[in-house]
Design a protein around this ligand. Structure first.
Ligand code: C5P
Length: 240
């Protein structure tokens, strides 16, 4: 147990078109630093995490300007065409420092409000699990399936439906193998769990906090700012 290590992998090579901003969303300013710096700090300040790998685009002119300093080892990997390609590249870099049985927590750069308690919960629930799993929240709204004309075809059963969040936590070897096979076979992979599903595994759903939002649309930045202010105002909160 004592020699189990946990690593963070942060894909940060997206463009974020839906933000309609002058720069990729991970470089937008939020509560005193960039979105990406918040996401990195969440893991840098967590005692269970051994080190961090960030995937950044090779023509990314913002990353060098950040000049990030961390307490933990911070490695950089080249970004890829899709999110899953960026994660594959980051895992290849991580494999030089970690073993196949080490755990990897893959976290979107665009989720800066992740709480330490959610990292704790994920590790507690999954450390003894044979597969791994993800943070998720149950769907609250009534879900509609659309037809070709953009009208409602039917209402989907909401019971048992979840929003997949990050971090998503899996053993390094199993995650790499699943992502590699899915890529070779041309499967569409939008998160790490779907790669494990593709190879026949059933990752565990671990209920996380609803304020772990992904910054996607312009209004999300104000919401994230609100959540970070709230956290900072809480008594005994751990400052990332
Ligand atoms: O675009 P979306 O919000 O789904 O991206 C999720 C995360 O994946 C973001 O942190 C983004 O920077 C990252 N990403 C990446 N490489 C890509 C596309 C997205 O690292 N090619």
């Amino acid at each position: 147990m004592t020699d189990t290590r946990y690593w963070a992998v942060i894909p940060a090579a997206g463009v974020g078109k839906r933000m309609r901003a002058d720069r990729p969303k991970q470089y937008l300013s939020l509560h005193g630093k960039t979105v990406l710096e918040h996401s990195i700090a969440r893991f840098d300040s967590h005692p269970a995490i051994a080190g961090i790998v960030v995937a950044v685009s090779e023509d990314d002119g913002y990353w060098p300007d950040l000049a990030i300093r961390t307490r933990k080892p911070l490695h950089v990997a080249p970004g890829g065409k899709e999110r899953s390609d960026s994660v594959i590249n980051a895992l290849a870099v991580l494999a030089r420092h970690a073993t196949e049985d080490d755990w990897v927590l893959v976290h979107d750069a665009a989720r800066p409000c992740l709480r330490p308690s959610d990292i704790d919960r994920l590790i507690e629930r999954l450390s003894a699990d044979a597969v791994g799993g993800i943070l998720a929240t149950p769907v609250r709204d009534t879900m509609k399936r659309q037809d070709d004309a953009g009208r409602i075809q039917r209402t989907e059963e909401r019971e048992g439906l979840w929003h997949a969040l990050t971090p998503q936590m899996f053993p390094l070897g199993a995650l790499r193998a699943a992502l590699q096979r899915a890529a070779e076979e041309g499967a569409v992979i939008t998160d790490e769990a779907s790669a494990l599903e593709y190879v026949g595994q059933s990752p565990l759903l671990v209920e996380g906090r609803g304020d772990n939002i992904k910054i996607t649309r312009p209004e999300d930045l104000a919401l994230a700012e609100f959540f970070l202010r709230q956290e900072a105002a809480e008594p005994n909160q751990e400052q990332a």
